[in-house]
Design a protein around this ligand. Structure first.
Ligand code: NAI
Length: 735
């Protein structure tokens, strides 16, 4: 049965000549109502005439067909579609065909050459198609043709502008095909070859004559017919021959290994393989394209994911270990910048909740005692562990995909700040030979500026890397200790949530083992497991609450050995034994009674040791200088400032979450004064702010109102007086 376009309304752009004319005639001949659009421009886009379109309309009408002319540029897309609606009441098919050339070698391509080409081809097709889109959508039928070119697909000398526009149209069509599919709007692209005025300058005359536009038109008509289900296709067509194109991709090659950096040399070494089209694949969409990338990722990540099942690969002994060379080697320092957000996220990750009023100081940055949980100290040093730097250590030539986090020791030298930048320096403390594997002791010191904040010792077990004739133990080991043989002094049971690991990982441990069921299955687990360091955080805060009144400054050190995994949703039971300032702990999964943290303990500072009095008042604070200058200026001002301000301002400057200095600016009494330390009289308003934020405010980098609303500046007393603060501090902004 012949294919008919009866009842269909077809717009062909640039239909005054060449290919477009042929399409218009063919559609009309098959019963379509045709809008013959043509600006009547010359091949370079100059000039304008209605003659070209009119002539084609006449031809169609002479044969009994239905057609109207439209003389607008495709840059007025809406007008073209309006012509269709005005004349025939609908629009079913859009053939984006209009085109011009402005060929130049690339260096000589002017802005105009570039822009005109993009405007007519790419932007014009966009505008016309967009104008038709909603009509097609609501009638649940539409067929769109984009006209690309071999020059776009393959490139062609002197056609940079044109190639870019033409391949741009392929991209446009690819997405329209996806977006239109469910509305029965199909979009396909052709790259035609035909003799026309565009090609007569570059092809020999007899070729121009024989490559007839009528050898292209039937493809266009077929792609636009309701029977044709083709969508998102790209076709080369000419001389009656039609071929379809698609993307082809090599098998490719993954050039990195788990926990190792990807290197330029690896890319060079695998170049032939990357480019080898043997057994090439043909991804048909972005999902298929991404699939191989995802599968490469899980392949790399699952390489020796032995933490699940250490015995499986324990037999594989690959000993590239030379302790003499490795011990003492340093890993390049890593930095970790954070704000209160990370502290709070971590606290949530280790199960803190607003259900417990005690927890608010770790969950709300506006809390007067807002603090960072001490076990957050493992987070900055994780980067040193996670980024694969270990693999570049000389003397540790081992398979880093086979590592297990065995034990953790954390010691704190001062309370962790709630924001800032910490630098971690890691070195190999020792390498031990445990027969079935090796234990690497990684020592990480974390600094805030020059100050040592905390020390971590990671014990990393490398399965199958033992037997190199090394020592079994070392004086460097922070040993785990068994609990006393008596009933625990305290037991706390705390449920983890189903999403505990999903939440904890946001603090920086992205191993899919803790979230991806199929990944966990590869490791031999029935479900993703909780991070060992998450249970560690739970246990530590149980101790902190039970024995240290939730005062983070009292935690001195913690040691745990990771014995068994925990599944998110299970309950952790922390058993605690107090032996002086040492609290021994053992953590079990309540449901199974399995010990998950063994040989663990927390060392606490005595209650008095960490009290604020022990901090030297104001020492080393940046604000010190500013207050000194404020004092001088109060003296210099006579009583001017007192007259202007008439208030007493108390200041509490904090450092690392601790009260570090107190100041009183008295601009009410006498000729004004500045006092350091607690003020005997009453301040009208008292501000609490960290040393750093104080400096930001003084330097005008932080607006006091903003500081207040973000919780950085706390105000007690007559809050209205804080408006005067800006006036006072502004005077000091140039310090
Ligand atoms: P052509 O020059 O005969 O036809 C193009 C028509 O578009 C002209 O009638 C012209 O007035 C019209 N036009 C130009 N700017 C316009 C605008 N802003 N608004 C409305 N109409 C406008 O050229 P031909 O060969 O028929 O080309 C048709 C399409 O096929 C073009 O997009 C061209 O780039 C493409 N093409 C042609 C090839 C060939 O071998 N003929 C090869 C590859 C692509």
């Amino acid at each position: 049965m012949t294919l008919s376009f009866e009842g269909r309304v077809v717009l062909v752009t640039g239909a005054g000549g060449g290919l477009g004319r042929e399409y218009a005639l063919a559609f009309a001949q098959r019963g379509a109502s045709v809008i013959v659009n043509d600006l009547g421009a010359d091949t370079k886009g100059g000039g304008k005439s209605s003659a070209a379109a009119d002539k084609v309309v006449e031809e169609i009408r002479a044969k009994g067909g239905k057609a109207v002319a439209n003389y607008d540029s495709v840059e007025d897309g809406e007008k073209l579609i309006q012509s269709a609606l005005d004349a025939f009441g609908r629009i079913d098919v859009v053939v984006n065909n209009a085109g011009i050339l402005r060929d130049r070698s690339f260096a000589r391509t002017s802005d105009m050459d570039w822009d005109l080409i993009q405007r007519v081809h790419l932007r014009g097709s966009f505008l016309v198609t967009r104008a038709a889109w909603n009509h097609m959508k609501s009638q649940k039928f539409g067929r769109i043709i984009m006209t690309a070119s071999a020059a776009g697909i393959y490139g062609n000398f002197g056609q940079a502008n044109y190639s870019a526009a033409k391949l741009g149209m392929v991209g446009l069509a690819n997405t329209l095909a996806i977006e239109g599919r469910k509305y029965n709007i199909h979009c396909n692209t052709i790259a035609p070859v035909a003799g026309s005025r565009l090609t007569e300058t570059i092809m020999p005359p007899d070729l121009v004559a024989s490559l007839k536009p009528e050898y292209v038109a039937p493809l266009v008509l077929w792609l636009c017919h309701e029977q044709c289900q083709e969508n998102g296709g790209l076709f080369e067509v000419g001389a009656g021959w039609i071929g379809k194109l698609r993307w082809e991709r090599t098998q490719g090659c993954t050039v990195r290994q788990k926990n190792q950096p990807m290197t330029l040399e690896a890319v060079r070494d695998q170049w032939d393989k990357i480019c080898d089209f043997t057994d090439a694949t043909k991804p048909a969409n972005a999902q298929e394209s991404l699939q191989s990338i995802i599968s490469a990722l899980s392949q790399v990540e699952s390489e020796g994911e032995v933490s699940a099942n250490p015995t499986a690969s324990a037999t594989a002994s690959s000993s590239g270990i030379n302790p003499a060379e490795a011990v003492g080697q340093k890993i390049p320092p890593t930095t970790f910048s954070f704000t209160h957000t990370q502290c709070i996220l971590y606290a949530l990750g280790v199960g803190m909740s607003t259900k417990d009023p005690d927890h608010l100081r770790f969950l709300y940055e506006g809390h007067p005692d807002f603090s960072c949980l001490p076990t957050f100290g493992v987070i900055p040093s994780m980067t040193a562990m996670m980024d694969g730097s270990l693999s570049s250590v000389p003397g540790l030539n081992i398979d880093f995909t086979r590592i297990l986090h065995g034990e953790q020791y954390l010691e704190l030298y001062r309370p962790l700040p709630t924001s800032g930048k910490l630098t971690s320096e890691a070195s190999i403390g020792d390498v031990l030979d445990k027969g079935s594997g090796a234990v690497i002791l990684l020592d990480v010191n974390t600094y805030s500026g020059d100050e040592l904040v905390c020390y971590n010792q990671f014990s990393v077990f490398v399965v199958g890397a033992g037997g190199f004739g090394g020592r079994r133990t070392s004086e460097k080991v922070k040993a785990s200790l068994p609990p006393p043989k008596r009933a625990p002094d305290a037991v706390v049971v705390d449920a983890t949530t189903r999403d505990q690991a999903a939440l904890y990982r946001l603090s920086g441990d992205w191993n899919p083992l803790h979230i991806d069921p199929s990944f966990a299955a590869m490791g031999g687990f029935k479900a993703p497991i909780l991070h060992g360091l998450c249970s560690f955080g739970f246990a530590a805060r149980h101790v902190l609450k039970q024995f240290a009144d939730n005062d983070p400054s009292r935690m001195k050190a913690i040691k745990v050995r990771f014995a068994k995994p925990v599944l998110p949703g299970q309950s952790l039971q922390t058993e605690m034994w107090k032996e002086g300032n040492r609290i021994h702990i053992q953590c079990k999964v309540k449901e199974t009674d399995a010990v998950v943290l063994a040989g663990a303990y927390v060392d606490l500072h005595g209650a008095a040791e960490a009290s604020p009095e022990n901090l030297t008042q104001g020492e080393g604070l940046q604000s010190e200088l500013v207050f000194a200058e404020i004092g001088r200026r109060i003296k210099d001002s006579g009583s001017d400032l007192v007259k202007k301000v008439n208030a007493v301002f108390g200041w509490e400057i904090t450092k690392d979450g601790k009260n570090a200095a107190q100041w009183t600016i008295d601009l009410k009494n006498g000729s004004g004064s500045l006092q350091k330390g607690p003020y005997s009289g009453k301040a009208d308003v008292t501000f609490t702010v960290s040393d750093e934020d104080f400096m930001e405010v003084v330097q005008g980098k932080l607006n006091p109102q903003k500081a207040f609303f973000s919780g950085k500046l706390k105000v007690r007393g007559n809050i209205m007086l804080s408006q005067k603060l800006e006036v006072i501090l502004k005077d000091y902004a140039k310090l």
